[in-house]
Design a binder for this molecule. Structure first.
Ligand code: DP6
Length: 383
């Protein structure tokens, strides 16, 4: 029997991946860039046990048993076995996998990236796989390959048919820009989710705008973004981040039939951020939205107290049983009269935000000690 437990982080793209050139190998149409978020506040935790006693492969996700008959899982497993350097019998045994997120799944935050990154990272350790595993994580979920590294990460689209050059690399480590902070606004949203896999397939098939974006916008934007990150040039970074998010959501609307992810609350947040930046006289905060209504804000540490106060003023909570504010503690700051007067914050109905997570850029996946295992001695979930 062999067992391992790992944690892997979430990542939030600032140049979005949207559209594939190969559905099976999960090869993207364009390069993308993201920051890896601190594992402490948001992560997937996965235990994998391999044993000669197991009759079949089994997987439990967030407390529920799911089918292992999933081509993405089996592709990752196949690739890992192919690359294994182990002398032991472990790759011939079946596995039990138990995985959970440390943030509520109901939040609708992208968890597949952290989940697949964790699965591939943990199994690569168990099977003694050497070298790059981003191209294996990519075959679980495209964005998962960026969660294999900490800091700022680029996923190269690559050009080869077999996808061997479609890998993720680190641009700079988290320590390069220690002042960077991330605030996630979890928006209450009853809208039915369009899976990103299906929606991006439809975009690639129908959107001329996506074609234009890939050819004429993303290459130059990617170069500028890398430079802005290297130079710690917040204004350029923030402007490109917002523009790329807006363009991704425009491509969604240009898709036929259209895909809509942002809701009314999302657009109120967009307006609030632009008004605030205007008040400050420079770009202090950037927003970005993925395949859902939640906002992710990038900003520098020094601006966090004021921005958090602004958000809490505009979006009062309607609940006292859920922890509304999570993550890195912030000292409360009274908003200045000038700011209140200029921005003229209109208070929204309570409960439009479910909660707020304040985090920063962090490290890649890690192996945990044996006290952390999610499976018991016979390979069943402890809870
Ligand atoms: C909007 O990685 O979830 O978050 O490769 O089909 O699993 P699949 O899609 P997924 O798409 C993520 C899209 C995005 C943008 C991004 O993270 O770059």
């Amino acid at each position: 029997m062999k067992i391992i437990t790992c944690v892997a982080p979430v990542n939030i793209a600032v140049i979005k991946y949207w559209g594939k050139r190969d559905e099976e190998l999960i090869l993207p149409l364009n390069d993308s860039i993201s920051a890896t978020l601190n594992i402490e506040h948001m992560c997937a935790k996965t235990t994998i046990m391999a044993s000669s006693n197991f009759k079949e492969n089994k997987i439990w996700l967030n407390g529920k048993e799911e089918s292992f008959q999933n081509p993405r899982l089996s592709n990752c497993l196949k690739e890992l076995k192919k690359r294994s350097q182990t002398q032991s019998d472990v790759i011939n045994w079946n596995i039990h996998v138990c995985s959970e997120n440390n943030f509520p799944t109901a939040a609708g935050l992208a968890s597949s990236a952290a989940g697949y990154a964790c699965f591939v990272y943990a199994l690569a350790k168990l099977y003694e796989v050497e070298g790059d595993v981003t191209y294996i994580a990519r075959q679980g979920s495209g964005s998962a390959c960026r969660s294999i590294y900490g800091g700022w990460v680029q996923w190269h689209a690559g050009a080869l048919k077999d996808g061997s050059d479609s890998i993720a690399t680190q641009i700079v480590p988290a320590s390069h820009w220690p002042e960077m902070r991330v605030v996630i606004l979890v928006v209450s949203d009853s809208q039915k989710k369009n899976s990103s896999t299906n929606a991006m397939k439809r975009s690639a098939a129908t959107s001329k705008f996506l074609e234009y974006r890939i050819k004429h916008i993303v290459p130059e934007r990617t170069e500028k973004m890398i430079q802005a990150i290297k130079d710690r040039d917040f204004e350029t970074f923030a402007t490109i981040t917002m523009k790329d998010s807006n363009q991704f959501h425009s491509v969604c609307l240009d898709t036929f039939p259209p895909v809509k992810y942002m809701n009314e609350t999302s657009f109120i947040i967009v307006d609030l951020i632009h008004t605030y930046n205007e008040f400050r006289g420079s770009t202090k905060v950037a927003y970005t939205f993925d395949a859902g209504a939640n906002a992710c804000l990038y900003l520098l540490e020094e601006d966090v107290p004021e921005v958090i106060s602004l958000i809490q003023n505009a979006f009062p909570t309607n609940t006292d049983h859920v922890e509304y504010f999570r993550g890195i503690p912030v000292t409360e700051q009274e908003l200045s009269e000038e700011l209140k007067k200029t921005i003229n914050i209109s208070k929204q109905d309570p409960g439009m935000l479910k909660y707020i997570i304040h985090t920063n850029v962090g490290e890649g996946p890690q192996i945990l000690g044996e006290n952390e295992h999610l499976l018991n001695d016979v390979g069943l979930p402890k809870k």
